[in-house]
Design a protein around this ligand. Structure first.
Ligand code: UD1
Ligand code: MG
Length: 456
């Protein structure tokens, strides 16, 4: 059967106290609305329509790569009105529409699939999701008929004293038969405590017309919505736990899952060990048998097998097999480090390639350079890549030995098998197999101290 989904994302989220629309706040590194869209797509719902309103342009920009369409809700007149604003999207369609909210990112693919299956197998006109909780304050209550079928949903603010006692709540996720929904939306009224058009009233209308409404229980945790920063962190903690457990089950050792922050799209190979304080973000891939000692941030990077990293930052880069990085290295975007290499303490690499087996062990800056394999950088080498106006390129061949405290003034080429004397400032090509010395020769003035009357 044809399936599509609506994601309600028009609200501003006043309680977030933010310039950003609520659904763009991130949970484990990803915008909440994008998490929900991903879950829909993984559940085989490919036609997704996002209902936007407050901050519409920002939401569109943030979801630009998600292959979704949009409906615009001008004024936030309630969840029923929000769904109504997707009329154009739904028009002429037959099948199931799922309705989810962009601020409840914990719903899982498995749950979405079982809600859809329940709805379609039961041939319901509408399926609602419910949970039973101790404190139902604020939620819509599920009111059932004597035969236990669903009669209606009553919002907290509209509840009678008896209805307030009901502990079964509306979890806020639904499936509808598209045509039934379209017809019923026209019948919604806003004569309630909040003066809103409630999507939940669709249930009572369908029921009174003798149509079948189903209800399926979902784990309460998966329905948690974010209305404030406190809830954002609570939902983040749950998501973090899930992600970390997923990786541990796949054979990754996480020494302290409470203090390890792994983004939703990160992949990690088995037998990798992760110490506390690591933050892995974006589309990072860490392959097998790596060791991440404490306190690194790795964003959008690929780290091959057997790499050891400690207290470093790696952004949009690639690190080859068995290389070691850090402590305190900074690998900036578009860098490619070879295998069996060493990027040591206080080394910064920017937009450069470093060949296999090359050692850059300490206190060195390499920017806009192509460095071959088997090189050794002495302590304190600086690639002088910027002349104040333009960045220039430096090329260093294989098996070169760059002495301590060398400046390589770009653009410059150092060919294979060369030596550069410590303290040199290299401005011209160093030809293959040569030694370059580019510093003043030492002058010794014997007895100078005494002559000046300075000796003690
Ligand atoms: C809603 C349900 C309630 C349920 C609860 C679960 C209704 C009337 N009530 O209440 O039964 O227990 O969710 O969390 O649906 N939105 C729009 N446009 C609007 C109004 C809302 O896009 O005009 C979006 C909001 O941004 C939010 C979602 O819809 O993401 C839910 O709206 P909200 O007003 O928070 O509904 P609740 O009062 O939580
Ligand atoms: Mg709400």
């Amino acid at each position: 059967m044809y399936k599509c989904a609506l994601i309600l994302a028009a609200g501003k989220g006043k309680r977030m106290k933010s310039d950003l629309p609520k659904v763009l706040h991130k949970v484990c590194g990803k915008e909440m609305v994008n998490i929900v869209i991903d879950t829909m797509k993984k559940s085989a719902i490919n036609d997704v329509n996002v209902i936007i309103g407050k901050g519409a342009e920002l939401v569109k920009d943030a979801t630009a790569n998600m292959e979704v369409s949009y409906s615009f809700q001008e004024e936030q007149l309630g969840t029923g009105d929000a769904v109504k604003s997707a009329k154009e999207f739904l028009k002429g369609k037959k099948g199931t529409v799922a309705v989810f909210t962009g601020d409840a990112p914990l719903i899982t693919e498995a749950s979405v699939k079982s809600i859809l299956e329940f709805h379609e197998n039961g041939a319901y006109e509408a399926t609602i999701t419910t949970s039973i909780i101790d404190d139902p304050t604020g939620y819509g209550r599920i009111i059932r008929n004597s035969d236990n079928s669903v009669k209606k949903i009553v919002e907290h603010k509209d509840c009678s004293e008896d209805e307030l006692k009901v502990k079964e709540i509306n979890a806020g996720m639904y499936c509808f038969n598209i045509e039934s929904l379209m017809e019923t939306l026209e019948k919604l009224k806003n004569d309630n405590a909040q003066g809103e058009y409630y999507l939940t009233d669709v249930v009572e209308i369908l029921e009174s017309e003798g149509k079948k409404v189903g209800a399926i229980c979902v784990p309460f945790e998966q329905t948690l919505g974010v209305n404030s920063r406190v809830q954002l962190s609570e939902v983040g903690q749950i998501m973090k736990k899930r992600i970390n457990e997923f990786h541990m089950e796949n054979g990754v050792t996480i020494i302290d899952p409470n203090n390890t922050y792994i983004g939703l799209d990160v992949q990690i190979g088995s037998d990798t060990i992760i110490y506390p304080g690591n933050v892995l973000e974006g589309n990072t891939v860490i392959k097998e048998n790596c060791t991440l000692y404490p306190n690194s941030r790795i964003d959008n990077s690929t780290v091959e097998k057997g790499v050891v990293i400690q207290s470093s930052v790696i952004l949009d880069s690639h690190v080859g097999e068995n290389t070691t990085v850090g402590p305190y290295a900074y690998i900036r975007p578009e860098s490619k480090i070879g295998s069996n290499a060493r990027i040591g303490d206080f080394v910064e690499i920017k937009k450069s390639t470093i060949g296999d087996n090359t050692k850059v062990s300490h206190l060195t800056y390499i920017g806009d350079a192509e460095v071959g394999s088997g090189c050794n950088f002495g302590c304190g080498t600086v690639v002088v890549n910027y002349d104040g106006k333009v960045k220039h390129k430096t090329i260093i061949g294989n098996n070169s030995f760059i002495g301590c405290n060398t400046n390589l003034v770009s653009p410059v080429t150092v060919e294979d098998n060369t030596y550069i004397a410590a303290g040199s400032t290299i401005t011209d090509k160093v030809p293959e197999g040569s030694l370059a010395i580019a510093r003043a020769r030492q002058v010794v003035k014997e007895g100078w101290n005494k002559k000046k009357g300075l000796s003690k």
